[in-house]
Design a protein. Sequence first.
Length: 164
Amino acid sequence: GLAELERIDTWNLPNRKRNCRIIIEAIKDLPQVKYVPIDTEERKNGWYVLAFSLDPDYFGMTCDIEQFVAACAAEGAPCWKVFWPQCHTERAYKEHNAFGKSGFPFKSKEYTNPESVDYSKVEVPNAVWHQRHTFTCFAFPTYTEEDSQQIGNALAKVIKAYSK
């Protein structure tokens, strides 16, 4: 909560950064890993989660992303598929029902053009690609360096095991 903000720069964030760097270091040079989390002067990472994308051309996945994250979990790596599903496929968007019976914002005459909320024709190929090839991993500040190394090793093991 708010009390944690008092120590975010002295405990929480430094531990997250350390843990994330250990995990990233364990898999970043594997040719199967296409994208790793970004942290630059221009794009500061908050390190809440790490998102990695696997290269399907090299990786030749012999599993889907659900099987991949299940195998990582079985090896002790706390990870999951992407957190950000294609929101336009969610029930609220399909049925235009977000805030009770008003239909707001989908049926708002003040803010919405009806054509702009017709999600049936939306195509988002980049989102589809990431949904199929991206997983997120956690590096909580309570993890030790050893915990983080074990997570990185588990991810590397599973990536290699499912490679052609």
